[in-house]
Design a protein around this ligand. Structure first.
Ligand code: ARE
Ligand code: CA
Length: 574
């Protein structure tokens, strides 16, 4: 047996309180090495006292990564206190016990020895911080407000360009605003999305507004507070949730706080609001390096000292304000991975206290176990799950490795968080999906379909529904195409049907079992429970393959007669 492959950590993502008395347990072993895993468990006090017996249960094989196999089961624990150990039998029949002290051989006599059992001293549903139930039923739509729709000409910036004209530059303005979004809420409802994620809308000099001046004011080019209230109310009336973007890692250099630091230097009452290492703030004449910390390497976004209690109180007030005054449903936190956990705990706790079903999403591009749960976010922007989809359809990742990487990401988080992960194939920070896939519409549809079949809360970037193209920032922020041609209209119909399917099956797709099969050049994703099976079959080879006969697919791309073109897919429900 490959003991080195065996791992379990209590109260990590390996254990999850799913509901009162329900504890999901995962164990990792080496792949293709283990034939059976049994979990032995009991309430430790009752077991010692002799009033309850040790229970035994066979664990189910779950997902496999490139090197490991996961095993999973859900225990019912009426007293909420449980000790547990694993009995692992390999493919040649050897058995070993595994508990918090490591491995033990004599299973029959050694189970009471200290260290043979893992301990869950008490399961608190409150510690589980279950994400709000509405999130897994949500299909998001991300809007970059400057580029979605221009509802009001009077609020346009002075240097505004005609809608859609010319190449998009870093400093282009086209006049998009909040009334523009409100005016299109019916279109969004017809598309079927039920969550709006707006990039920053607070006062800022840039078109992207990640350099905030005043967190309590709407940027005048985007409209007024009344415009924002109308947008939130209009969205809610159509069953759509609203998520705003908070940029708390840094302020804009034009913020009054930073301007005060420039003006008053060390005497500024905001001197402790930033990470300043020399006075006056600026560049060292010799090294040309900044003597204060910023986002990335530019000077324009001074990094905020979120360990300062005054800063914490100010930023918590900001987030409460937009919830309490305007009724927003969710916050996305920019650059969440570069901000301290203590601040996030204080902030998330304060928001959950005033709105228990608030969705709190961190922006982090990498494995983020330390930010998810643990008193912090419900989820993160799940780039590690979605980027392999792009590589798969671009032929940069073979199906076997795709499956291994995807399963690794799925196992990164507890199941309730996995269901709330923010899954997007493109955003305002990445090239657009169609462009990443070299303009291939069949693959574009397949990639979106694969996204929708995975657990998580999927997001469509504005314009994806009409197959907009766009390279890296700023080209990915072109003006919304409001005059789609016939082909783009067909894409819109496809995306509408896909979203409808996803929302009808949301609960099923969150919880049902997930298995992958590789059949020649086809990748098959099967989601199944006792009542239903949904299957997506994707052709990743260079040749056409025959379609599966006998079942009529509910959604397809690249199918003619009985053939599925390269990059095509068929989706069936049985
Ligand atoms: C733009 C250009 C820069 C240029 C700069 C100055 O992209 O190349 O140097 O302008 O003119 C916002 C704007 C951007 C702007 C940026 C700085 O939207 O247009 O940049 O401000 O002025 C990392 C971070 C992640 C961050 C991305 C952009 O980890 O948090 O970089 N994302 C957020 C927002 C952005 C926003 C900011 C942060 C700043 O979503 O829109 O930018 O508030 C790898 C790395 C990741 C990295 C990722 C993307 O995967 O591992 O860490 O993300 O690539 O670069
Ligand atoms: Ca306008």
């Amino acid at each position: 047996m490959q003991l080195a492959g065996i791992r379990h950590r209590p109260e990590s993502e390996d254990t999850a309180v799913l509901a009162a008395h329900q504890l999901q347990v995962r164990l990792q072993t080496a792949r293709d090495d283990v034939a059976q895993v049994e979990i032995l468990f009991a309430d430790s006090y009752l077991w010692q006292e002799g009033t309850t017996a040790l229970e035994r249960r066979i664990m189910q094989p779950g997902l496999a990564t490139q090197g490991n196999q996961y095993w999973q089961t859900t225990l019912t624990v009426p007293t909420n206190r449980v000790v547990y150990a694993f009995l692992i039998t390999d493919t040649i029949g050897a058995t070993v016990g595994y508990g918090e002290g490591g491995f033990f051989d004599d299973v029959a006599t050694n189970w009471q020895t200290v260290g043979n059992y893992f301990h869950m001293p008490y399961m608190h549903v409150s510690d589980a911080e279950l994400p709000p139930a509405w999130v897994k039923e949500t299909v998001w739509y991300q809007i970059f407000p400057e580029r979605f729709a221009n509802g009001v000409r009077q609020n346009d910036p002075a240097n505004v360009q005609p809608w859609g004209a010319g190449r998009v530059h870093r400093d282009s303005f086209y006049g998009g605003d909040l009334p523009g979004i409100t005016a299109h809420l019916d279109d969004l409802a017809a598309l079927g999305v039920n969550g709006l994620y707006l990039c920053p809308i607070f006062t800022s000099p840039s078109n992207h507004k990640y350099d905030t001046i005043d967190h309590f004011e709407i940027d005048p080019h985007f409209g007024t507070k009344a415009d924002f209230q109308a947008l939130v109310d209009g969205a809610h009336a159509r069953g759509m949730r609203v998520m705003l973007d908070a940029v708390f890692n840094h302020f804009g250099e034009q913020s009054p706080q930073w301007q005060d630091v420039i003006k008053n230097g060390e005497q500024s009452r905001f001197a402790d609001w930033f990470h300043i290492h020399g006075w006056p703030v600026g560049r060292d004449p010799k090294t040309k390096r900044l003597n204060y910390e910023t986002f990335a390497t530019g000077a324009a976004m001074p990094k905020v000292n979120t360990q300062n209690p005054a800063v914490q109180a100010y930023l918590i007030d900001v987030t409460k304000y937009w919830i309490e005054q305007f009724g927003i449903d969710a916050w996305r936190f920019d650059v969440a991975d570069e901000v301290d956990h203590g601040f996030w705990r204080a902030l998330c706790g304060a928001l959950r206290a005033i709105k228990p079903d608030v969705y709190l999403l961190g922006e982090s591009w990498h494995s983020s176990q330390s930010l998810v749960g643990n008193g912090q976010f419900n989820a993160v922007m799940n780039y590690p799950l979605t980027q392999p989809i792009l590589a798969l359809f671009n032929g940069q990742l073979n199906p076997e490795d795709y499956v291994g990487k995807t399963n690794l990401e799925l196992m990164m988080y507890r199941q309730p968080n996995q269901q709330a992960m923010f899954n997007a194939l493109d955003t305002h920070d990445t090239p657009r999906l169609l462009t990443t896939l070299h303009g291939q519409l069949t693959k574009f549809k397949s990639a979106l379909t694969l996204l929708m079949l995975l657990p998580g809360s999927p997001c469509i970037y504005y314009g994806t529904e009409v197959a907009m193209a766009g390279g890296a920032d700023p080209d990915n922020r072109r003006c919304m195409n409001w005059q789609p041609d016939e082909q783009e209209q067909q894409v819109r119909q496809f995306v509408t049907r896909l979203i409808k399917f996803r929302r009808q099956q949301a609960d099923f797709l969150a919880t049902s079992q997930l298995t992958w099969t590789i059949d020649g050049h086809c990748l098959i994703l099967t989601r199944t429970d006792v009542e239903q099976t949904i299957q997506g079959r994707f052709n990743l080879g260079a040749q056409a393959v025959s379609t599966v006969s006998g079942v009529s697919p509910i959604l397809t791309a690249g199918i003619t007669a009985n053939e599925m073109a390269p990059g095509g897919f068929e989706l069936t429900v049985a």
